[in-house]
Design a protein around this ligand. Structure first.
Ligand code: PBG
Length: 335
C-alpha cells in the first residue's frame, strides 16, 4: 500500500484532524454495538450475582439472574453473548461426561435464554476444561493431553450444545482436527445452520488467569497448556491452524488473546478474508480495570480505545467483557 501524500505544505495532515466533525467524516473504522459479543458466566443457584474479584464488574450469575442481565443487554443493543459455565466441582471428573449432559448448566441456561429471547445469538465454548477435574481442555493420560480421544468427547459436546439452541459453537481447545469432527457430525444430524467460530489462533497465554478463576478451573490445573495452545513466539503456526480450520468447515475464526496479538488479526484478515474475531480476554480486562481503579485512565476513553484498535487491525467483531459498558458509552457518544 502506498500512501498518496505530497510534500509539506501542500499536504498538512492536521487539516483532517482539526475539528471533531472532520475527524468523524474521515474516520476509517468505527466501533458499533453490533461488533460485540459479550462473554458471561453462569453458575448454579437462584437469584445470585456473585462478584469475581479479579474482574471487577463481572459476575457469575445464576441462570435466572443471567436471563435478566441478558434481557437488559439485548435491550441496549447487544446481539450476541457467549456463555461459560462455572461447573460445581463434584460434577467434574477425568472423563468429562458432564460436558455432553443435555441438562448441564450451560445447556439449561442456553435453552432458557433462547426461549425468552429467540433473536439473540448464543455462542458456547466447545472444550472440556469446565468439566475436567484435571483442569485441562483435553482428556489427560499420564503426562499427555490426548488428541483423538478428546475429539470424540468434543463431538458429543458440540451436538448437545447445538441441540440446546446454541447458534455458534466456539471450539476453543486447539486440538487438531476438531472442526472437521464437529462439522461432520452437525451435518450428519442435519444441523446445517449451526455456525462455527473457531478459536483458531489461540495462544498459550498468561492473560487467561482471571477467566480460569471465574470458571473454577485454575485450582485443578496442573502444568500448562503449551502442548496444545500456540506458542506466542509464532505467527506462521497460527496461519497454518487458521487455514486448516477454514478447510475443515469453520465459518469464522478468532485470535485470542486480543490486544497483544493484533498483528495476527491483520495477517489473518488479509490472507484469508473470512470473518475474523478477537477475544479481549480476562487478563486484558483486569489490567484495564486495575488502571482505571488506580486513576491512571479515564474509564470510557480507555475502553473505547482498547476496542477500536481491533477494528483498525481488521477484525469484524470482538468478544469483550466491556460490552455492556460499551453499550452505554456508544449511546452517550451518539453512535
Ligand atoms: C478454555 C477457554 C479459556 C478462555 C476461553 N475458553 C481459557 C483457557 O484456554 O485456559 C479464556 C477467556 C479469557 O481469559 O477471558 N477453553
Amino acid at each position: 500500500m502506498t500512501a498518496s501524500v505530497t510534500n509539506f505544505p501542500a499536504y498538512r495532515g492536521r487539516r483532517l484532524r482539526r475539528t471533531s466533525w472532520i475527524r468523524s467524516l474521515v474516520a476509517e473504522t468505527h466501533v458499533t454495538i453490533n461488533d460485540l459479543i459479550w462473554p458471561v458466566f453462569v453458575r448454579e443457584g437462584i437469584n445470585i450475582a456473585e462478584p469475581i474479584p479479579e474482574l471487577p464488574g463481572v459476575y457469575r450469575y445464576s441462570s435466572d439472574k443471567l436471563l435478566e442481565e441478558v434481557k437488559k443487554a439485548y435491550d441496549s443493543g447487544i446481539q450476541c453473548i457467549a456463555v461459560f459455565p462455572c461447573t460445581p466441582n463434584n460434577l467434574k471428573n477425568e472423563t468429562c461426561e458432564e460436558a455432553w449432559n443435555p441438562k448441564n448448566l450451560v445447556n439449561r441456561a442456553t435453552k432458557s435464554i433462547k426461549r425468552a429471547i429467540p433473536q439473540i445469538g448464543v455462542m458456547l465454548d466447545v472444550a472440556l476444561d469446565p468439566y475436567n477435574s484435571l483442569g485441562h481442555d483435553g482428556i489427560v493420560k499420564g503426562d499427555e493431553i490426548l488428541n483423538d480421544e478428546t475429539l470424540e468427547a468434543l463431538r458429543k459436546q458440540a451436538l448437545v450444545q447445538a441441540e440446546s439452541g446454541a447458534d455458534i459453537l466456539g471450539p476453543s481447545d486447539m486440538m487438531d482436527g476438531r472442526i472437521k469432527v464437529i462439522r461432520d457430525s452437525l451435518e450428519a444430524k442435519k444441523l446445517k445452520n449451526t455456525l462455527i467460530l473457531s478459536y483458531s489462533a489461540k495462544f498459550s497465554s498468561n492473560f487467561y488467569g482471571p477467566f480460569r478463576t471465574a470458571i473454577g478451573s485454575l485450582g485443578n490445573l496442573r502444568g500448562d497448556k503449551k502442548t496444545y495452545q500456540l506458542d506466542y513466539c509464532n505467527s506462521q503456526a497460527a496461519l497454518r491452524d487458521v487455514a486448516l480450520d477454514i478447510k475443515e468447515g469453520a465459518d469464522m475464526v478468532m485470535v485470542k488473546p486480543g490486544m497483544p496479538y493484533l498483528d495476527l488479526c491483520r495477517l489473518i484478515k488479509d490472507k484469508f478474508k473470512v470473518p475474523t474475531f478477537a477475544y479481549q480476554v480476562s487478563g486484558e480486562y483486569a489490567m484495564i480495570m486495575a488502571g482505571i481503579e488506580k486513576g491512571f485512565f479515564d474509564k470510557d476513553l480507555i475502553i473505547l480505545e482498547s476496542i477500536a484498535c481491533f477494528k483498525r487491525a481488521g477484525c469484524d467483531g470482538i468478544l469483550t467483557y466491556f460490552a455492556p459498558e460499551l453499550g452505554r458509552i456508544l449511546k452517550s457518544s451518539g453512535n
